[in-house]
Design a protein around this ligand. Sequence first.
Ligand code: ADP
Ligand code: MG
Length: 244
Amino acid sequence: MIELKNVSKWYGSFQVLNDCSTRIKKGEVVVVCGPSGSGKSTLIKTINALEPIQKGEIWVNGTAVHDTKHTNLPKLRSTVGMVFQHFELFPHLTVTENLTIAQIKVLGRSPDEAKVRGLKMLDRVGLMAHKDKVPGQLSGGQQQRVAIARALSMDPNVMLFDEPTSALDPEMVGEVLDVMVSLANEGMTMMCVTHEMGFAKKVASRVIFMDVGGKILEDCTKEDFFGNPDARQPRTKDFLSKIL
Ligand code: ADP
Ligand code: MG
């Protein structure tokens, strides 16, 4: 479903991704971890073309994302849902409006159709009672669940998450992870940048570890990642010893 082939990217002369290759099959949940500044956010953003690359290839559902001139970006982004660390909901719109606006503008759905779909997804994340509020009236955890519902309203076939719980107060992390776990269990293809290793142990098919310099240092099953420390790179072991 997603394939990265020898992807490299530079900001000016600074190399942020260094020859990254990986594949994500339908239904796989891939957790990406690694130290701050290792290029995790950049990597995930290249997949829906929020960041261009200078070298290599990125394929999503048969679309050549690296071929920026010929890629239909709105179509790509509607099939690839993205959830960020800082929810990025429209603060002046109600929850329902946040859920429907992209469906109407990008997918061309009627307002009624968009509302039915949006509210169904809002119900799925357990927030139906809040449909007429604005984001500022919700807790951080609730806002992030709305952001997930918004992405799901677009009927994506892949979901990308970039540290979706790292800006939340600790007591709100669980409710967001619960939604992500249920998505994973329903077979959604997911790539999640997160340091929630409990989540990784529960649902990850594979774990990717990135190191500074934008290199993928490990790309292995969660069983190997967590269960076979002696086979891991020293940098990975060091990192795990700090966060586990
Ligand atoms: P991570 O998500 O792993 O913390 P990022 O992908 O955000 O890492 O960033 C990787 C590196 O690229 C960092 O050193 C960061 O400072 C740098 N970087 C990120 N965005 C930009 C940008 N727009 N311009 C220049 N450097 C950037
Ligand atoms: Mg990041």
